[in-house]
Design a protein around this ligand. Sequence first.
Ligand SMILES: [Zn+2]
Length: 74
Amino acid sequence: MSLTRLEPCCCPEVCERLSEFLDGELGPIDRVRLGLHLAACPRCAVESASLDATVRALRLLARPGRRARLSRGR
Ligand SMILES: [Zn+2]
């Protein structure tokens, strides 16, 4: 009956590596492990999704020159 008590993360080990996971810095084995855990743990899946959105937003901010694709410099 403690559904109202939302802890930040049920699995600190997973949470700590989420950013590495999203950045693609983990090895293949750890990636699979984390992926499996995210599939089985709704809370971590939500955490991952929100962190993913944050990371993407930060990347966009960090690379303003990325949209220079339209340059027709041939
Ligand atoms: Zn979890």
